[in-house]
Design a protein around this ligand. Structure first.
Ligand code: FAD
Length: 389
């Protein structure tokens, strides 16, 4: 008889794990607390590692229907002057989150997986039972907690080692792309720019033919910076060169969907207990500076299914953590290091970014996750030149 998985959470981690398990003959039921599948944050950067996972899951072409390739990443100062440049040597895209969730969910259902919305998990028993709100208990060979950084299942099992609340956070939104912006860039790619002014930062990157993704970050004690709708004067004083973008943000963002959230780091004693595994942000939330929280969630989801292919669940989960955790730990460490620069003076931050762009060692550390060939993906998969490691 085939094996069965109950999964809590239909974000990128839960959906990718469901699909990878279905491909390997498992039956799968996903429980999503929200009444609909709706991912927060609008646009997400997916690097070569995540692209490979989507390709291995058979959904890449459909996902890229609503995406733009990032041709160049620049950091800029408050006057809009470029202070450092990174040209991705492999595939890097800004993708609509909602579209990606939809494509993954359709693929899960097409493979026979069940998705229950409005179904909240409250905990799990190590021997392989998922508890739902209302008291129902479902037995499975494998229970996956992919229920995000506030995971109730993880905490109920005593697996949380450390929750570190960082001194900064961000809000994300989209604004319509103007005809001038569209005309100034190729149809299939766009430049991403990260603008710094003091402790405030604005990332701007088109994420489709009609939309521009904007992320605005600031420290937790910056009351004006966190306000929604934005404090237009306060942000324009910090970024005079972006006054036009900021006016569009103030006028056209959907403020019912935008909230400022503080960055957190989650570390676990272990990623699993008996037949229950913790996946994605629930296991390793990190600040978004390397654009790899989702990438790690997707890589670890596929790797988990590979680790369980044919073998025992508990041994497979231990093996999975042994193989995959070092890279995730590395990614968390370097994205946290990047967060620290928020509190540096502009000149020091700009100098550090410049040095990082020129240093082979620092670039390798920052790009290690993006350049990683994830477990379960073939190599080479693309016609892009493979970066040297
Ligand atoms: C500002 C910002 C920018 C980012 N940019 C990037 C980027 O460019 N690239 C990148 O790779 N990553 C990025 N990330 C990180 C990325 O968003 C996360 O790492 C990723 O979404 C984690 O996916 P997940 O499935 O683990 O968790 P989530 O996306 O949080 O999904 C968890 C799901 O579980 C559901 N749920 C919660 N509790 C329960 C319950 N009890 N029962 C059932 N369901 C439940 C939730 O409703 C949700 O649907 C960014 C993060 C932030 C904050």
């Amino acid at each position: 008889m085939g094996r069965h998985a109950e999964i809590a959470g239909a974000g990128f981690a839960g959906l990718c794990a469901a699909l990878a398990l279905l491909h390997r003959g498992w039956s799968v039921r996903l429980h999503e607390r929200a009444p609909t599948l709706r991912n927060e944050g609008f646009g997400i950067a997916i690097h070569e590692n995540g692209i490979r996972v989507l390709e291995a899951l058979g959904v890449l072409d459909a996902v890229l229907e609503r995406a733009l390739r990032i041709s160049r990443m620049e950091t800029r100062d408050r006057e809009g002057r470029t202070t450092s440049v990174h040209v991705p040597r492999s595939r890097t895209y800004r993708i609509s989150r909602q579209h990606m969730v939809q494509v993954l969910a359709e693929a899960v259902e097409a493979q026979g997986g069940e998705i229950r919305t409005g179904s909240a998990a409250t905990g799990a028993l190590p021997e392989g039972r998922l508890r739902l709100k209302g008291g129902e208990e479902l037995a499975a060979d494998l229970v996956l907690a992919a229920d995000g950084y506030r995971s109730a299942i993880r905490d109920g099992l005593g697996l949380l080692q450390r929750r570190i609340t960082l001194g900064d956070g961000a809000m994300r939104l989209v604004i319509p792309r103007t005809p001038e912006e569209r005309a100034s860039e190729p149809t299939d790619s766009a430049v991403a720019h990260e603008n710094w002014s003091g402790r405030r930062r604005i990332i701007v990157n088109a994420c489709g033919p009609d939309e521009v993704y904007v992320a605005m970050s600031c420290p937790a004690d910056d009351v004006a910076g966190q306000r929604t709708p934005i404090d237009l004067d306060a942000w324009t004083r910090s970024f005079p060169a972006l006054s036009g973008v900021l006016e569009r943000v103030a006028a056209s963002a959907d403020w019912t969907r935008v909230r400022w959230t503080r960055f957190e780091i989650i570390r676990l004693h272990r990623w699993s207990r008996e037949r229950v595994a913790i996946l994605g942000d629930a296991a390793h939330a990190m600040p978004p500076n390397l654009g790899q929280g989702g990438g790690c969630a997707m890589m670890n989801a596929l790797a988990l299914a590979v680790a369980l292919d044919g073998g025992g669940v508990e041994e497979g989960l231990a093996d999975w953590e042994r193989r995959e955790r070092p890279l995730t730990d590395h990614t968390q460490r370097w994205s946290r290091l990047y967060s620290a620069t928020t509190f540096w003076p502009d000149w020091l931050r700009a100098a550090a970014f410049g040095i990082t762009a020129r240093s082979a060692y620092l670039s390798r550390m920052m790009q290690r996750t993006a350049r990683h060939v994830p477990t379960g993906t073939a190599d080479p998969l693309t016609s892009f030149p493979q970066p040297s490691r």
